[in-house]
Design a protein around this ligand. Structure first.
Ligand code: HEC
Length: 461
């Protein structure tokens, strides 16, 4: 992703603080949405299969409702999934400007995996609609069918079989791609933690299969299950009045499943946070890192309480609090990541800051372009002059001795040539600017004097 380096603004490290807030914010959005999509799709696949095998209608319905929420449509996916990840990509490019860090490669790869995965899951979601159509077709009487399809060309059985196959394949591909995308993304953030120290770390396999990445992936999966559970409770029952479940059997099944899943994985969080702390490179540790880890733990305990209450009393109203709490948990986690990232890269920021100062100091000379006398000579004068031989005009080594110490006079002649030497035509006016005249006069004089000093200022007439 080298081209990204051309886009960034050279900036002093301290002024990049704002970008950290932005990074934490968009990462929270992205992690939340990707969790809902990846876990929602996985669970949907699982319940679809289990529902078919056991002929369980609740499972089947849950499978369809889950994917409807996980994959909301192209617009929402672009806003919630793609926009944040591209923003993250650009922020990293800016933050790690001037290092050989490869984090942007990981993030670009995961963006592609997400987009393709999402495409498959869209097909998976539509297959439920197709199924609905097939079902209603089956319910028609023979005479009704004949009306729609007089030639009886619709082979409903083979349609059902192919719909089923498409669903399975699209569902599996899409889900696997989303998980791979998340893993790659986490590999990127882990390589960014190595920061300037891991410069040029192009051994992607080593990063992806490193303990830190694998642990952080496990941490992500558990967090994603909690996020998805909270989202299920929120979107099924609270948001916009819920999805309108009238079947109380189904309702209590969904609540129990979501609340239990959340509880189980929340219980695993303290251990995972501790492991995270233990594996962070020591350069990344600071009081703030511990503080944010503590905050995450606190939110986890509050959430445990919330989900437990929901399980016992089935108070769905709490679904909003649970969802907000989960988003806070993710933000604390992302802020934590961000702080340890900036900590481990602080040396790099000092470098950026000093680069920035140098750039500022150099600005005036960069802005005013100097006219080069040598350039004027080679583009304008060489058609008629050389130093050592006669062309149209006389050799400089012959005429310049008369101008030594009289640069002003030389400039006057170049600006307004007058007839001087016998046997030469007059020199035409060159139409140069004052600056160009000054530069070229200085250049030919200095060149002549240098040649004279070396004893090479000879000429032939
Ligand atoms: C079209 C041809 C032509 C070009 C182009 C040209 N000159 Fe000349 N230059 C001449 C001729 C012819 C003379 C001799 C004029 C005379 O002695 O009256 C001359 C004479 C000179 C002299 C000697 C003046 C003296 O006092 O004897 C200098 C110095 C000089 N040119 C500098 C330049 C420089 C610098 C450039 C480029 C910016 C340049 N010339 C471009 C044709 C040219």
């Amino acid at each position: 992703m080298h081209f990204l380096n051309n886009l960034v603004i050279p900036e002093s490290g301290e002024r990049l603080t704002l970008l950290y807030y932005l990074l934490a914010f968009v990462s929270t959005m992205m992690v939340t949405y990707v969790s809902i999509a990846a876990v929602g799709a996985t669970l949907s696949l699982y319940f679809n299969r289990a529902g078919r095998k056991r002929g369980n209608a609740l499972y089947h319905r849950f499978s369809r409702d889950l994917i409807d929420i996980a994959i909301p449509g192209k617009g929402a996916f672009a806003a919630l999934g793609i926009l944040p990840i591209v923003t993250v990509l650009l922020i990293y490019a800016q933050l790690l400007f001037d290092t050989n860090a490869t984090v942007t490669n990981y993030i670009a790869a995961s963006t592609i995996l997400f987009i393709v995965g999402f495409g498959f899951l869209l097909a998976y979601r539509y297959s439920f609609r197709l199924e609905g159509f097939i079902e209603s077709y089956r319910k028609l009487s023979d005479s009704q069918r004949e009306e729609i399809d007089p030639a009886s060309s619709i082979d409903i059985h083979s349609m059902e079989v192919s719909a089923h196959q498409t669903r399975r394949r699209a569902g599996i591909f899409g889900t696997v791609l989303l998980w791979l995308g998340s893993w790659t993304f986490l590999g990127g953030t882990v390589s960014a933690l190595g920061g300037a120290a891991a410069e040029g770390g192009t051994n992607y396999a080593a990063v992806l299969f490193s303990w830190t990445t694998v642990l952080s992936f496990i941490h992500f999966i558990t967090a994603a299950l909690i996020i998805e559970s909270a989202a299920t409770l929120f979107f099924f029952f609270v948001w916009d009045g819920g999805i309108g479940i009238k079947d109380s059997n189904y309702e209590s099944f969904v609540k129990r499943f979501a609340a239990t899943t959340a509880l189980v994985f929340l219980l695993a969080q303290p251990l995972l946070i501790f492991v995270d702390l233990a594996t962070i490179p020591s350069t990344a540790l600071s009081g703030l890192v511990f503080g944010l880890g503590g905050l995450t733990l606190l939110v986890v305990f509050i959430l445990l309480h919330l989900f437990y209450t929901m399980l016992k009393q089935t108070k769905v109203r709490l679904g909003s609090y649970a969802f907000i709490g989960v988003v806070i948990m993710v933000s604390a986690w992302m802020a934590w990541d961000g702080v340890s990232f900036s900590q481990s890269n602080s040396a790099h920021y000092k470098l950026l800051a000093s680069n920035y100062d140098t750039m500022l100091a150099n600005l005036p000379t960069v802005a005013v372009q100097k006219v080069s006398g040598e350039k004027v000579y080679s583009t304008t004068c060489t058609s008629c002059h050389r130093f050592n031989t006669r062309l149209v005009g006389p050799p400089y080594n012959m005429v310049l001795p008369g101008y030594v110490g009289r640069l002003g006079a030389l400039e006057d002649f170049i600006t307004n040539p007058t007839q001087v030497l016998k046997g030469y035509p007059p020199m035409p006016k060159q139409g140069l600017t004052q600056e160009q005249v000054h530069a070229v006069a200085e250049y030919i004089m200095n060149t002549y004097l240098a040649e004279k000093k070396n004893g090479t200022a000879a000429y032939t007439q």
